[in-house]
Structure formats: structure tokens, C-alpha cells
Write a protein that binds this ligand. Structure first.
Ligand code: FES
Length: 78
């Protein structure tokens, strides 16, 4: 399995409402930072996460974070 595609070198800052979300791990989704099914055949699977209370989040787009789906600053070293 090759590395995930880098969708961007900065996180996506979003205010998310409570609910369940699927973060794109492969980098190929056209609906970044969320999965749109484009991972099919890549060997990657999306990461399910839940938001309990409405809040701002920084979701990783470089796909190299050590804390998926959240940005951990790794994009700064790419
Ligand atoms: Fe990337 Fe689903 S489209 S994990």
C-alpha cells in the first residue's frame, strides 16, 4: 500500500454539529476532509469519529497526522 495522497498542506477548520462523521484517510475524496468512497481499491479505509457537542475542529488534509482525523501539525514538516 502506498502513502495516502496529500489533499492539502493545511488543515480544514470546520464547525461540526453533533453527529457521526467519516474522515477520508486515503486523500482521494472530492469531498475533503470527508470520505466519498474514492478509497475503493486503495487499501485505505475512512476513519469514523463522533462529535458530541458542536465545536470547531481542525481536520487533517495532509493525511500524515498521528492523531486522525485531527491535525497534529505534521503538515509543517512535509
Ligand atoms: Fe478517502 Fe474514503 S475517500 S478514505
Amino acid at each position: 500500500m502506498s502513502d495516502a495522497k496529500i489533499a492539502d498542506r493545511q488543515p480544514e477548520i470546520l464547525k461540526l454539529m453533533p453527529g457521526t462523521y467519516w474522515w477520508c484517510a486515503c486523500g482521494h475524496s472530492k469531498s475533503q476532509p470527508f470520505c466519498d468512497g474514492s478509497h475503493d481499491g486503495t487499501g485505505f479505509e475512512p476513519v469514523r469519529f463522533e462529535i458530541k457537542v458542536s465545536r470547531n475542529v481542525a481536520l487533517c488534509l495532509c493525511k500524515r497526522t498521528g492523531n486522525p482525523p485531527f491535525c497534529d501539525g505534521t503538515h509543517s514538516d512535509l
